[in-house]
Design a protein. Sequence first.
Length: 241
Amino acid sequence: MTKTVLITGASRGIGKAIALYLAPLDYELVLTYHTNESAAKETLSEVKALGGQARLMQLDISHRSDCQRRLSEDIEKNGVYYGIVCNAGIAEDAPFPLLEGDMWDHVIDTNLDGFYNILHPVVMPMIENRIRGRIIALSSISGIIGNRGQVNYSAAKAGIIGASKALAVELAKHKITVNCIAPGIIETDMTKNLPIEEVKKIIPARRLGTGREVASLVAYLLSEDAAYLTRQVISVNGGMI
């Protein structure tokens, strides 16, 4: 039976790279997007061109009742998810004295509350149906070491690590693994405006990472081979920490 994997924020960046990497594998993908429908459709088309099975779901991960309704309806119609990749997130950077309250709220509401909003509707169906599933949450190197101008983002990503570790303990007896991936500086839309040559100087590998390098780790964590790996934070960062 084909296993279903939900990927949030799959229309671009790391989420799209994950979708494309998983496309040739034996998964049915549920690709969520917030507002960029055209980019989501492009990802869907590319996944199908690679032989993958997939469908789209419009979802605002910061909207709790919307997530509850849409995810519950999808599970009732199409079955329980085997894997959930909590990838969607945003950054609104500023030095802390200039960090407005709405910038704090928006990042926390999306990145950290989104963890709850996505996972809370799907965990009990996994338990009730005895799904030996996989939950993978995308944190960030900023959530481990902090980063200048990212107090809000670092707080949210550190919170994801703590929440994932606690959830891993709760779900281990149900044979459901929960792990975090904490990417370093990955070549995506979020990093394209950085001073790349200066950034490379702080990375021992002297280059940015690629979405595929994160996606390959997601594929491993979803696999049967990773059944004994849980409560871990794996940072893909070129040696930054």
